[in-house]
Ligand binder design. Structure first.
Ligand code: UDP
Length: 538
């Protein structure tokens, strides 16, 4: 016992000494606050001030050293939502000598990942803003392994889906409120602050109407690797699963209801000759939902956060998203964007209720559930008469909330027709062949030979070798694109060719310099890089 204590005390003294002598050390990646993640040694947090503290000493390091630009607007985003002004991270600075007058620091021995969750009660936000970014931030830094600990600083309680966050590391995540119970001044031995945004695909409409992110950097492969990890951590066993193919209706039970769900299930089962089952967040565990979804042929659901679970669908499955009256499916595409990420290999279909008699509105509910009774009469009338919610910013547009919280009686015939347009025979995983999507390398050993015939005519013979990686690949179709550009001109003549050599004579002039650009194309749309430009003189 005393041995153990003294051991702790020695560590404690060493840690305290390191803090006092070395101060805080910070090195970050990223050029802007929106793409920055920082690694710290001896970053502290005052639970009384609710501020992070950077201690300066002779050995402290602060990179980037931004001076007061650190406040314009912040050092970094603590959540994966870009530049949200409630999610900024900063610290206050003190000389390490001030520690003498401060509460005794309590050291956190685990490697810490310090972040904000954005909206832990909404499943789409949980997966898109938190779980995927945390998972891939941990992959980016090797010491963020399963023994590291998550610290959620946004100030919420556990939230509805805390069990999912717990799967990401072996240590219990800690919430901001819980830090108070650990001590007045906490010092993280080693920590990372901030989240990678590299996996996010959607922007929620804070500065412009919601839509896919401008520059999506994630593909279906990374989403699926994450899904595989979560599936394993959820202890999902596929034993005893039905061998037959089946359709899932993911239903909501509180609001935005499908009013004729039984009829819908029957119709789907009959049309596709498949078992059709319902699941809901309320009636199933995540383990059950993931197990069922990961073998389903089709997932049918109202627009809503539960649809993020389609990331667990097998390749080739179909997502059918239903939209209430006056909600334009093209304007709300978080799940469409997910399903159509490159390599996600899901079929996506949207259906919208276009019949007013099939919608049920709730004007008298509270505003956040779509009520509009608080608005003036003219505005209420306008909303009720409107046939489409105009594009709007997040998050409190009353017309949007009014319409998105409608219940819907699905017009079965029209829905089946829309599905049939895309799903011709049976839906499901085994129907489609997965085109490989590997890109060609550069063509090699490009050469050209010129010949001049008289004073007006010339020919250019160009040849090259196949890209190096082609000999290891099975590619359905290999083509070459060649651009011939007269030196000094900014236009060029493009050609698509099937062979590795070609003699060009159209518009080739004698005694002229040509630049020749060549690249390989697999399967019509997989464009490789251009080889080094070839200079050819006739
Ligand atoms: N939710 C649910 N069943 C319902 C209504 C909501 O499971 O009947 C869940 C939903 O999946 C989401 C959260 O409650 O995780 C918040 O739902 P909300 O309607 O506010 O958001 P949306 O689904 O439109 O993103």
């Amino acid at each position: 016992q005393s041995q153990e204590l003294s051991q702790v005390r020695i560590d404690y003294h060493a840690a305290l000494q390191a803090l006092v002598e070395d101060g805080t050390r910070m090195v970050c990646t990223g050029r802007m606050h929106t793409d920055r993640i920082c690694r710290f040694e001896s970053l502290c947090y005052s639970t009384e001030a609710e501020e992070f503290v950077f201690f300066h000493s002779n050995y402290s390091v602060m990179l980037p050293n931004l001076g007061s630009r650190r406040f314009q607007p912040a050092l970094l985003d603590l959540s994966s939502v870009e530049d949200h002004n409630t999610q900024y991270f900063n610290f206050v600075e003190l000389p390490a000598a001030a520690l003498k007058f401060m509460p005794k620091p309590v050291f956190v021995p685990d490697v810490a990942l310090i972040v904000n969750r954005f909206n832990p009660d909404n499943l789409m936000h949980v997966f898109h803003d938190d779980l995927l970014p945390i998972f891939y931030t941990m992959q980016q830094f090797p010491d963020l392994d399963l023994e590291s600990r998550l610290f959620f600083m946004e100030g919420w309680g556990e939230g509805l889906h805390f069990e999912l966050y717990k799967l990401l590391s072996n240590k219990q995540p800690l919430l901001r409120e819980q830090l108070k119970t650990l001590g007045r001044l906490l010092c993280f031995t080693k920590s990372y602050v901030g989240l990678s945004k590299i996996t996010t695909w959607y922007q929620y409409g804070f500065v412009q109407p919601q839509g896919p992110k401008a520059n999506i950097l994630v593909s279906g492969n990374e989403i699926r690797q994450f899904a595989k990890f979560m599936t394993a951590k959820l202890n999902v066993s596929l034993e005893g699963m039905p061998h037959e193919e089946y359709i899932i209706v993911f239903s909501r039970t509180i609001n935005r209801l499908i009013l004729n769900e039984a009829e819908l299930i029957l119709a789907l089962a009959q049309e596709f000759q498949m078992k059709t089952i319902t699941v809901s967040i309320e009636d199933h565990t995540f383990s059950d939902i993931v197990r069922l979804i990961s073998n389903a042929s089709m997932l049918v659901s109202m627009h809503g956060a539960q649809l993020v679970m389609s990331l667990f669908l097998p390749r080739g499955a179909t997502v059918v998203e239903l939209f209430p009256y006056a909600i334009n499916p093209e304007h709300y595409t978080p799940y469409k964007t997910l399903a159509t990420l490159p390599g996600m290999d899901l079929q996506y279909i949207s259906w919208q209720n276009s019949e007013k008699q099939n919608t049920v509105t709730y004007p008298d509910r509270p505003w956040d559930q779509g009520g509009i009774a608080h608005l003036d009469k003219i505005e209420q009338d306008r909303i009720i008469k409107s046939t489409e919610v105009p594009r709007h910013l997040c998050c409190r547009n009353p017309e949007w909330l009014f319409r998105i919280y409608q219940d819907t009686k699905i017009n079965i015939a029209s829905l089946i027709q829309v599905i049939r347009q895309t799903v011709k025979s049976k839906p499901g995983p085994k129907r489609q062949k997965w085109a490989s999507s590997l890109y060609p390398g550069k063509v090699r050993d490009a050469k050209c030979q010129a010949s001049v015939q008289g004073t007006t005519e010339a020919k250019l013979s160009v040849s090259w070798q196949i890209p190096w990686n082609l000999k290891y690949l099975k590619v359905r179709e290999v083509k070459y694109e060649v651009w011939i550009q007269e030196q000094g001109e900014n236009t060029y003549m493009p050609y698509i060719l099937s062979h590795q050599n070609h003699t060009f004579s159209d518009n080739i002039k004698p005694f002229t310099n040509y630049l020749v650009w060549i690249r390989c194309i697999f399967n019509k749309n997989l464009l490789g890089p251009f080889a080094d430009v070839l200079l050819c003189s006739t």
